[in-house]
Design a protein around this ligand. Structure first.
Ligand code: UFG
Length: 332
């Protein structure tokens, strides 16, 4: 099978590509490199630099390579940014996604795995969150992902497109070769580890981690998230591709079912790195729900998904090892 991975030079996309290659699949990565890194694309994959807004280069890919299925990860993904620039989120996550679907229709590609998000639920009314939970996003990022899920369903009903939407909770950790590197970095675990690195190397020892909000209705007042190892997440795409023919149209949560507060993440990182990570308290970020914890029983039961790195310590340890073993991270 030849799989087109949009956003395949990004954090989750590159590691999903790595897993697909391990399975012996052929992969074409399509990425604008606005956020992704050329170095994150393994040499066994074909790389095409392009943007989903550019219909000509998109169609060229379908024309040049016989694509059997698409894994669609290219997106704007920063919750806080989506509160101040929703235009970007609707253009890139919805309109560009429609360009992709239309090219698929034109070239008779009928299978797509979509990288959706826990952000489609908004503030939970029940925890752990099941797929049937009401969907009321509190940020435009989540809204854009939900809109595209609905569009997928209409393309399924009208044109027979087969889709599986994977609603990721908080992806974290690294594989041996590939890890997380955003510019600018906004995610908690890489920020905490970079702070530990600075401490260790004493380059910028004055860097502190900001804790956004300390009065949430949680045990210690900080937000609680469900961190899932990025390799476990990537493997779910393989299972989804294997079973999409029988399923046709399905939505799955992907998380571990355990919630950790911001304080707990920082304490675990301190233990692993041995660094004295300093914190400062800051106002809550706009658009942040207090608690997001997944029920992933549906994907476990239906696709046989089993997370291999469930505990926060091994997730953070893998990210830390990647930083230590790749001091330059990505140069391009
Ligand atoms: N946080 C801090 N300080 C920081 C960064 C984050 O306190 O410097 C807090 C946030 O307020 C949040 C938690 O740490 O409560 C996790 O924040 P991240 O930025 O790491 O991740 P988010 O929960 O905001 O978002 C991530 C993905 C989204 C996805 C969401 C689903 O980036 O794409 O998880 O749970 F939708």
């Amino acid at each position: 099978m030849r799989v087109l991975v949009t956003g395949g030079a990004g954090y989750i996309g590159s590691i999903t590509t790595e897993e697909l290659l391990k399975q012996g699949q052929k992969v074409v990565v399509f990425d604008s490199l606005q956020q992704g890194h050329k170095d994150a694309v393994l040499p066994e994959a074909v790389f095409v630099q392009g943007d989903l807004s550019d219909k000509i280069s998109l169609e060229n890919v379908f024309q040049s390579y016989s694509i059997d299925a698409v894994v669609h990860l290219a997106a704007e993904t920063v919750v806080e940014h989506s509160m101040t620039d929703p235009k970007k989120y609707f253009h890139n996550n919805v309109i560009n996604g429609i360009n992709l679907l239309d090219s698929m229709l034109k070239y008779n590609v009928e299978k797509i795995i979509f990288s959706s998000s826990a952000a489609v639920y908004g503030e939970p009314v029940e925890t752990p969150i099941q797929e049937t939970h009401p969907q009321n996003p509190v940020n435009s990022y989540g809204e854009s992902k939900l809109m595209f899920e609905k569009i997928l369903d209409w393309y399924h009903r009208a044109y027979g497109v087969k889709y599986i939407s994977l609603r990721y909770f908080n992806a974290a950790g690294a594989s041996e070769k590939l890890g997380e590197e955003h510019h600018p970095e906004t995610h908690l675990i890489p920020l905490v580890l970079k702070c530990a690195l600075n401490y260790k190397t004493e380059k910028e020892a004055n860097k502190k981690v900001k804790i956004f909000g300390t009065e949430y209705p949680t045990n210690d007042g900080t937000c609680v998230r469900d961190y899932i190892h990025v390799v476990d997440l990537a493997k779910a795409h393989i299972l989804a591709l294997e079973q999409i023919d029988e399923l046709g149209a399905r939505v799955y949560n992907l998380g571990n079912g355990d919630g950790y507060s911001v304080h707990e993440v920082i304490d675990t990182a301190k233990k692993i790195t041995g660094a004295d990570i300093e914190v400062v308290f800051a106002s809550p970020r706009r658009g942040d729900p207090a608690v997001l914890i997944a029920s992933s029983s549906r994907i476990k039961e239906e696709l046989g998904w089993k997370p291999e790195h469930k505990d926060l310590e091994s997730i953070i340890q893998s990210a830390w090892s990647w930083y230590l073993n790749h001091p330059e991270r990505y140069s391009r």
